[in-house]
Design a protein around this ligand. Structure first.
Ligand SMILES: C[C@@](CO)(OP(=O)(O)O)[C@H](O)COP(=O)(O)OP(=O)(O)OC[C@H]1O[C@@H](n2ccc(N)nc2=O)[C@H](O)[C@@H]1O
Ligand SMILES: Nc1ncnc2c1ncn2[C@@H]1O[C@H](COP(=O)(O)OP(=O)(O)O)[C@@H](O)[C@H]1O
Length: 252
């Protein structure tokens, strides 16, 4: 059996710097949460077609891991492999949580298949495949503990800093990413200027959070709050908001 951890992430800060079609251009620091992860396993079992088991709320066709398989099924070695192995995902990362669980699973799967089937794709090539499936996937492909992420998520630059211990709380509130971005664009739109973004990209995560309020750190927070007012109850000093929510986090 082959198994690999698929970590959650938080966005230490998430600032909007522009738009591209229906998407938003970001300047964001992504950090892996090392003690919150799903496990992706390939288990030996003969099957007729690609088989994915796990506790998901979506259909197989919508699953990011299935979408990744569809991108790789042009390789005969991949088609043959998944006739002999099934994929099992042990889910611990809550869904719709701003923790990138689905994106992380997809990237972990792409990295595992690349290694096990000797596809010899580079991280950049895998990242391009991932970006077709979801904006957050490239970050997880590179496996950096901490990175500056820009574009709509496809530009990932490692940021070297001390390992961070992060505590996460996920309220049982479903935050719809697409709607939160749409509401941001219609009602709360603002852009961070390029120089400020550069400054943030050069500053370590702990120092950034010392100087920011929850709203200042995450441009999507106001929009998420307007759509889900119950989030307000979870606001506490030194706690921040990840991505489009609903998770809050604290750096210990
Ligand atoms: C907000 C963030 C921050 O890390 O994460 P989550 O809160 O989802 O974890 C990401 O930008 C979410 O990335 P991801 O969840 O992969 O987005 P996708 O599935 O590609 O897109 C969902 C929808 O979000 C909007 N979207 C996404 C990314 C982006 N840079 N601009 C956008 O406007 C688009 O409307 C898109 O249709
Ligand atoms: N492998 C997967 N794990 C979890 N959710 C998935 C997966 N594939 C697709 N999804 C779908 O992705 C959406 C939530 O994505 P997820 O990554 O869990 O949250 P978020 O984008 O808030 O970080 C849900 O519609 C969920 O059903």
């Amino acid at each position: 059996m082959m198994v690999k951890k698929s970590f959650a992430k938080v966005n230490i800060f998430l600032k909007i710097v522009g738009v591209r079609d229906n998407y938003h251009l970001l300047a964001s620091r992504f950090v892996l949460v090392k003690d919150l992860y799903d496990e992706v396993s390939f288990i030996e079992k003969s099957v007729d077609s690609f088989t994915l088991i796990g506790d998901f709320s979506c259909s197989l066709e919508k699953n990011t891991v299935y979408k990744a398989y569809k991108e790789l099924e042009k390789y005969e070695i991949v088609r043959e492999f998944f006739k002999k192995y099934i994929v099992k995902i042990d889910k611990k990362i809550p869904e719709f949580a701003g923790l990138g669980g689905g994106s992380s699973n997809c990237a972990t799967f792409l990295n595992m298949v690349n290694d096990i089937c000797n596809l010899n794709l580079t991280k950049d090539e895998l990242s391009k495949i991932g970006a077709k499936i979801g904006a957050d996937i490239p970050f997880f492909i590179y496996e950096y503990d901490s990175a500056n992420v820009s574009g709509i998520g496809e530009i990932v630059e490692e940021f070297i800093e001390e390992p961070l211990k992060i505590e996460v709380v996920t309220p049982n509130i479903l935050c719809n990413t697409a709607l939160i971005y749409k509401t941001f664009r219609e009602n709360y739109y603002k852009e961070l200027d390029k120089e400020k973004a550069k400054e943030l990209f050069a500053t370590n995560s702990k120092d950034i959070l010392k100087s920011f309020s929850i709203k200042e750190a995450n441009d999507l927070y106001e929009s998420a709050l307007s759509l889900n007012p119950d989030l307000k109850e979870f606001e506490k000093e030194k706690w921040f908001f990840s991505g489009s929510g609903s998770s809050f986090f604290k750096v210990l």
